[in-house]
Design a protein around this ligand. Structure first.
Ligand code: NAD
Length: 267
């Protein structure tokens, strides 16, 4: 799996002395975010229902500790359970208290027309993708209103436009988008910024296994329609998350950044 995290290593100190919590940090995009944040100076709590990456390799918190001089910890956390998320946020107290929250954990869920939809599967999807973001945002906000902070919520290009066959996923990701804008209005006066990242197709286990596009004929057709003519890498989403988490984005809140190789706006 492509991985260009290392080339940035130790280039900047954008997040020095910050403590970050990343949900879904075991695999894919969350794993890249945790690594990128640590490379820029942050200590990181890796919160996930699993410790080992879906794509293989050593657990993210161990990798971060071995490739940087930052601290990292794993917290067994199901984002559908508020108490679990609260424990993950509290774990950042060991690193001086949370400064950055990345609500990234997500699943693609049912890929059927709505008329065939299993409503229980739909509810399970929303519990992870939307409830999880609400849980993480609340737990982080409770602490950040005391001293400021940055919340980055991972939506999707499917949280901006509708894709047939992915209506439940689009609903959950659209919810993430507008929840984030509303939260930004509430937390801005306390110095807390809230922004949204919208990946296009990124090469992770989600797009090789769950919603198989990478390496399929359908995926190749799709790739040919993307202006940059390729799928994205987890590190390329992580770079945008790093910018939004850092003081470089100090006047940016209630904003969306699309990371999709140009596909959404250039069809
Ligand atoms: N890969 C893409 O093309 C793509 C595109 C748009 C948006 N996204 C979004 O990016 C985020 C990360 O996706 P990814 O591609 O890295 O997927 P992934 O499957 O590689 O990784 C997701 C991680 O989230 C964890 N997770 C799942 N349910 C959880 C739960 N209930 N509590 C805690 N952790 C849980 C998984 O264990 C896994 O480690 C998701 O929100 C996804 O919807 C991905």
């Amino acid at each position: 799996m492509p991985d260009n995290v290392v080339r940035y290593r130790s280039m900047t100190e954008l997040l020095t002395d910050r403590a970050a919590v990343v949900t879904g940090a075991a695999s894919g995009i969350g794993r890249a975010v945790a690594r990128e944040f640590a490379a820029h100076g942050a200590d990181v709590v890796c919160a996930d229902v699993r410790e080992s990456p879906r794509e293989g390799g050593e657990p993210t918190h161990e990798l971060v500790a071995s490739e940087t001089d930052r601290e990292a910890a794993f917290v067994d956390c199901d984002v559908t359970d508020y108490d679990d998320v609260e424990r993950a946020v509290a774990a950042a107290d060991a690193f001086g208290g949370i400064d950055v929250m990345v609500n990234n954990a997500g699943v693609v869920g049912p890929q059927t027309p709505v008329v065939d939809l299993d409503v229980d599967a739909y509810r399970d999807l929303v519990a992870v993708n939307l409830d999880g973001v609400v849980h993480g945002s609340k737990a982080a906000a409770l602490r950040m209103v005391e001293g400021g902070g940055s919340i980055v919520n991972v939506s999707s290009i499917a949280g901006i436009t509708g894709y047939g066959g992915l209506a439940p996923y689009s609903a959950s990701k659209g919810g993430v988008t507008l929840f984030s804008y509303a939260l930004a209005a509430e937390l801005g006066p306390d110095g807390v910024r809230v922004n949204v990242v919208h990946p296009g197709v990124i090469e992770t286990a989600m797009t090789t296994d769950d919603y198989a596009l990478v390496g399929t004929d359908e995926g190749e057709d799709l790739k040919a329609s993307i202006p940059l003519r390729r799928f994205g890498r987890p590190a390329e989403v992580a770079g945008v998350c790093t910018f939004l988490a850092s003081d470089l984005a100090g006047f940016v809140t209630a904003e969306s950044v699309v990371v999709d190789g140009g596909s959404l706006n250039s069809r």
